[in-house]
Ligand binder design. Structure first.
Ligand code: PBG
Length: 310
């Protein structure tokens, strides 16, 4: 009866799995603060994507860890950069079986750890960054990305990326906009996963204040107007009100990012025997779906898919 009357059900089709690929390593490197996850080699990434595809997970979101960083983050648009190489290998191995989403940002590639390039005063230069994002989008599309996901929260990033894709014959590549992204303490394990340390300052200049709900409507509306095909709210659980507002306000598919800290804290408590981790993860992800997410980026994608398959 409960199944018959359930208003929400979580399905494998709702999930996108974030994955990390690191340049220049011979064996996968475990990520201590993200249990069950590793920085992949190119080969282990392909194997993991095949496993996820076998479990029915519709797509992966790719993050790169380059061997070297520079002030501009040029590894992000280098045709031989780690994400571009990995995208081409995934496409060759998987064909059309999986949606390949490329996170589009500079923070993994800049030596200062910011999501954009800096002006002489050390502040992030919004418009100079847009020009780099355009290059990254084209490089990722050429390498085989189905979707690019600008995550740096620069003003105008969706329009810049869309224009660059259209101008280079990549009209078919979709844009998943990190539209309402908060300056959250829940990204801690992710920054370990990609080896990012912010040398100076923080991200409050471009990410949103957790105190603000209405502001997210403005951010989301701008991204839709600039041509976003899908919009994302991030993190998920602490922002279910924002997610519900977003789902009510737009007609494009809405994504939520159940971020590294949200996953890690459940795992840590479960490891101590303080709660049933699998049950909590299912409850959390069901809540995210109930609040209005059509798709959820989560580090629990594989385990949820396994649970669903029984
Ligand atoms: C920025 C980016 C971040 C995450 C995804 N893209 C980190 C940040 O904004 O500091 C975090 C994801 C997570 O915590 O799982 N490129």
């Amino acid at each position: 009866m409960r199944r018959l009357v359930a208003e929400t059900s979580l399905a494998v089709d709702d999930l996108l799995a974030p994955v990390f690929v690191r340049e220049g390593i011979d064996a996968p490197v475990p990520i201590a603060s993200l249990p069950g996850h590793v920085q992949h080699t190119r080969a282990s990434l392909v194997a993991e994507a095949r496993r996820l595809a076998g479990l029915g997970v519709p797509g992966v979101v790719l993050f790169g860890v380059p061997a070297a960083k520079d002030p501009e983050g040029s590894g992000a648009w280098d045709p031989d950069g780690i994400v571009q190489v990995a995208l081409a290998e995934l496409r060759a191995a998987l064909g059309e079986r999986m949606v390949l989403v490329a996170d589009l940002c500079l923070d993994e590639y800049t030596d200062h750890g910011h999501c954009g390039v800096l002006d002489p005063s050390g502040a992030v230069d919004n418009d100079a960054t847009l020009e780099r994002y355009a290059r990254v989008a084209v490089a990722q599309a050429r390498a085989g990305a189905d979707v690019v996901a600008p995550s740096g929260m620069m003003d105008g990033q969706v329009a810049a990326v869309r224009a660059a894709l259209d101008a280079t014959g990549h009209e078919q590549v979709a844009v998943l906009a990190y539209a309402a992204k908060y300056a959250s303490a829940l990204y801690g394990p992710f920054r370990d996963a990609v080896g990012v340390e912010i040398a100076c300052g923080d991200r409050r200049g471009y990410q949103q204040d957790p105190a603000n709900r209405r502001e997210a409507r403005v951010e989301v509306a701008l991204d839709v107007a600039e041509g976003a095909d899908m919009v994302m709210v991030k993190p998920a659980l602490a922002y279910l009100d924002v997610l519900a507002d977003t789902a009510a306000a737009v007609d494009v598919p809405v994504a939520a990012y159940h971020v590294s800290g949200e996953y890690a804290m459940v795992k840590a408590a479960a490891e101590r025997g303080w709660l049933d981790g699998d049950a909590v993860l299912l409850e959390h992800l069901t809540s995210v779906k109930r609040a209005g997410a059509r798709m959820i980026l989560t580090y629990a994608a594989a385990e949820v898919a396994e649970a669903v398959h029984g």
